[in-house]
Write a protein that binds this ligand. Structure first.
Ligand code: SF4
Length: 265
């Protein structure tokens, strides 16, 4: 018997009893009979469990349903005209480069969608891959301190990476991976439209500006599509080389000055 009939039977039974007593009573044999019939009935098809990691399921639950990304003839995702939420929804289902196969989550980026200050790193590490958020590990804690020293809260700025999926063993993203992923970041920059972008390390310097030599170019203003860009060292490098913190602080103070922030000791 189908589930609908099972409930119909119960309702009929209660109807039949309602005139006899104030409280309707269903005979145990009736229940047994109904359950026996229900057990014999063909079972509805079981829904297959999702194979998405838990954190990715959480991410996808609160974003609009968007068609899977389509690759252009050049092999790049088409993101023009997408809003930040739509872009995020597409990225969370992206399989365009080989990094998708080992990721736990897609780390899209986060922060104020109208931030005047944006930070760009190279890619998610282990902690970021687990949590689906950029810069949450040890380097992220140092970045938080850098942001606070600049008199911003983390939620005031926007934080993203060159690639949105973790490269295995934290290696640098390869050229094809960066090229496949860059349209997402470029659209994020276009939508957030910050006044200043801080590039964290050699990888974003190379992939976004096409330049090499972070040791030489750090601290020198550059430009991306009319937006001021300040290359500096990655916080992970500062954890290994704390003596370089003073250089980074000098770079960040230049950014503060440009943004009208007064340095307070
Ligand atoms: S790294 Fe970027 S292009 Fe590659 S699968 Fe992840 S989101 Fe897609």
């Amino acid at each position: 018997m189908a589930a609908k009939c099972f409930f119909d039977e119960i309702i009929e039974c209660l109807d039949a009893q309602k005139d006899k007593r104030k409280t309707a009573f269903v005979q145990p044999e009736t229940i047994r009979e109904l359950f026996a019939e229900k057990t014999d009935a063909p079972k509805p098809a079981q829904e297959k469990p999702s194979r998405l990691p838990v954190s990715e399921q959480r991410q996808t639950s609160d974003v609009p349903v968007i068609k899977p990304p389509t690759a252009s003839p050049a092999g790049k995702v088409a993101v023009e005209n997408l809003s930040l939420n739509e872009l995020r929804a597409v990225a969370l289902n992206c399989h365009l480069c080989k990094l998708h196969s080992k990721r736990n989550t897609v780390v899209f980026g986060e922060g104020n969608p109208h931030a005047e200050l944006m930070f760009i790193g190279e890619g998610p590490g282990m902690d970021e891959d687990m949590q689906g958020r950029p810069f949450v590990g040890a380097a992220g804690q140092l970045l938080d301190k850098m942001i606070a020293a600049m008199q911003y809260k983390r939620e005031d700025v926007y934080i993203a990476n060159i690639v949105k999926c973790r490269p295995p063993n934290n290696r640098n993203p390869e050229q094809d991976e960066a090229e496949q992923c860059l349209p997402y970041l470029k659209r994020q920059i276009e939508l957030v439209s910050p006044k200043v972008i801080v590039l964290l390390g050699a990888v974003p310097l190379q992939r976004l500006l096409g330049k090499t030599g972070i040791m030489k170019l750090r601290g020198q203003w550059d430009e991306y599509n009319g937006i001021k860009v300040m290359p500096t060292f990655h916080p992970a490098f500062l954890l290994r080389s704390p003596e370089a913190k003073k250089d980074v602080w000098r770079d960040l103070q230049a950014v503060m000055q440009f943004l009208g922030k007064v340095y307070k000791k």
